[in-house]
Design a protein around this ligand. Structure first.
Ligand code: ATP
Ligand code: MG
Length: 177
């Protein structure tokens, strides 16, 4: 478990993205497979499903630890806020410019009035269920800061008591010819 201090340090580092790590290249398939395998191992009671539509090895311009951290934050939430149906779908696709990753759970969901607030620092939905689960309300703020720093974005769709999909987008790195 991460301490609050550790998470705050991560958050302050996320704000310095463009200074230090702007030029790192990361292989999308490689990191997704690694995180997928780790989560499958750590949570044997869950079914993780990976739908990878990438034609080949796609590179994105992001420091690999940051990319990994974003995926871990979203998968950690998907596990934590699942209820009876312990199933998580990850899908990866690309278009001309971007890769898109979707992480879907079938858990408690998020009410419309909370949807935009969940990306704020320290915001946690004040439900008995999520209070019990612990956490600092920093995961999504860190993920968003990181993605903003790398010209990416994150969006969410959710239905209360049915489930949630987070979608992230990052520009594909193409070598100039
Ligand atoms: P931390 O990630 O710092 O350990 P946290 O999980 O509470 O704590 P965030 O990851 O930032 O913080 O999420 C903020 C809030 O958004 C959560 O407390 C929860 O109420 C809600 N939330 C996030 N992901 C989901 C999800 N997949 N399903 C339902 N609610 C979610
Ligand atoms: Mg979290």
């Amino acid at each position: 478990m991460k301490s609050l201090v550790q998470e705050m340090l991560d958050l302050s580092r996320a704000e310095q993205v463009d200074i230090h790590y702007k030029h790192e290249l990361t292989d999308v398939k490689n990191i997704i497979n690694q995180v997928f395998n780790n989560f499958s191992m750590i949570h044997p009671d869950f079914v993780f499903n990976l739908d990878d539509d990438l034609a080949g090895n796609v590179m994105v311009q992001i420091y690999r630890n940051h990319f990994e951290q974003i995926l871990i934050i979203l998968l950690d939430n998907a596990v934590k806020y699942s209820t009876n149906r312990k199933e998580i779908h990850i899908s990866v696709a690309e278009d001309l410019y971007d890769i898109q990753i979707a992480i879907q759970d079938f858990g408690e969901g998020i009410a419309p009035e909370d949807l935009q607030k969940i990306f704020n620092r320290f915001y946690r939905i004040d439900k008995a269920r999520s209070r019990e689960k612990g956490g600092n309300g920093l995961g999504l703020a860190i993920a968003k800061e990181l993605l903003d720093g790398y010209q990416g974005n994150i969006t969410v769709e959710s239905v209360l008591d049915f489930g949630t999909i987070f979608r992230i987008r990052l520009p594909i790195y193409r070598e100039e010819k």
